[in-house]
Design a protein around this ligand. Structure first.
Ligand code: NAP
Ligand code: HSE
Length: 338
């Protein structure tokens, strides 16, 4: 008797979706095939892996035909509604969409609690952070976390260090597939804030509100070449960093450009790489780094989540309650660029 390939419904076949399909084609060990592929423009030229007779503009048909659903379209409105539709039909959903997780967390929460949603690709692309923060690192109480979470900003800042202009660097980040469809989400810090909100909820407090993080977010669009040069002359680098740390009896969550001395672990991360430094009471300092944006690294995490979803292994688990804020702990102070 021949085994039927699992049916995967793809919502979106752009940078990440088409790369996922290419990767899936190469993996004879993953017994799954696309059953429907939602796009906005069915007449656009696409790679051969985006099987033409599966392409449609009907999202409901894609969801209905699928065993599991992959949301790779982006945005918070339609994408969020379709994720909820699929989950309500009892389908496991894999997503790379940090915006929808940050902004529609409360609606998604019952399904997150059941382990039906998978989102390793949403933060630091193929570099694993959701897994460690909701797994191995749960054995320690978190004390603070600092992370470079946006590949586009990191790429632009690295290019500014080489004398490339801001506009040229942004254009190249878009060409390389790092930037969001609306790149102001990257350069104004909101994409990093979306990701930081997810990490903060998973490791520190499940009730952290998106609006409170958004209000404490600054991006890189106001940085001048002179600021970058001055940091380099001082032996360090400017990076966009998201931080969670205890202060005044509460967890503080913020994103801003900071000065990092050369010896800081995050200072070495250039181009599209991201990095995360976690401090836990028992484990001490843990540093995770790797590609944070781009088609293949993101597709890698989407495929890993797809494999987990097909095997019905539960997605990342939520904290039952906020971790108590340590009262006499002195957090690392990063030098915010004014
Ligand atoms: P993208 O290249 O813009 O692709 C989006 C895809 O969704 C396209 O195929 C598009 O159709 C389709 N789509 C968008 N809106 C639609 C609508 N209203 N109706 C039907 N189809 C629609 O975006 P991407 O870079 O692949 O990113 C996808 C998701 O992954 C986003 O949530 C993003 O934040 C996340 N992500 C991206 C990266 C990265 O490095 N690029 C990394 C991690 C996470 P058309 O092809 O017809 O336009
Ligand atoms: N636009 C995002 C970035 C994609 O540049 O980091 C990865 O999430």
């Amino acid at each position: 008797m021949t085994q039927q390939a699992a049916k995967i419904g793809l919502l979106g076949a752009g940078t990440v979706g088409s790369s996922f399909l290419e990767l899936l084609e190469q993996r004879s060990d993953v017994f799954a095939k696309p059953s429907g592929i939602l796009v906005r423009d069915p007449n656009k030229a696409r790679s051969a892996s985006v099987v033409a007779d599966k392409v449609t503009t009907d999202p409901e048909a894609v969801i209905a035909a699928a065993d599991i659903v992959l949301e790779l379209m982006g945005g918070t409105d339609l994408a969020g509604d379709l994720i909820l539709t699929a989950l309500a039909q009892g389908k496991r959903v894999v997503t790379a969409n940090k915006a929808v997780l940050a902004e529609r967390w409360q609606e998604l929460r019952p399904y997150l609690a059941q382990g039906l949603l998978y989102f390793e690709a949403a933060v630091m692309a193929g570099t694993p952070v959701i897994g460690p923060l909701t797994g191995a690192l749960r054995g320690s109480s978190p004390l603070e976390l600092h992370a470079i979470l946006n590949g586009t900003c990191n790429y632009i800042l690295s290019q500014l260090e080489l004398g490339v202009t801001y506009q040229e660097a942004l254009k190249e980040a878009q060409r390389l597939g790092y930037a969001e469809a609306d790149p102001s989400l990257d350069v104004e810090g909101f994409d990093a804030a979306h990701k930081l909100t997810i990490l903060a909820r998973l490791a520190f407090d499940p009730d952290i509100a998106w609006e409170s993080v958004k209000a404490r977010t600054r991006g890189i669009s106001q940085l001048t070449p002179a600021i970058i040069k001055e940091a380099m002359e001082d032996g360090g680098r400017v990076r966009l960093v998201g931080s969670v740390y205890p202060q005044d009896g509460a967890w503080q969550v913020e994103v801003c450009p900071v000065y990092l001395p050369a010896a800081h672990p995050l200072a070495a991360e250039a181009s599209n790489r991201n990095g995360l430094v976690f401090y836990g009471d028992a484990v001490g300092q843990v540093f995770i780094a790797g590609a944070g944006a781009g088609a293949l690294p993101t597709a890698s995490a989407v495929l890993a989540d797809t494999i987990a979803a097909l095997a019905a292994r539960p997605g990342p688990s939520l904290l039952p309650a906020a971790v108590p804020v340590p009262l006499d702990y002195q957090a690392e102070k990063l030098g915010e660029i004014a």
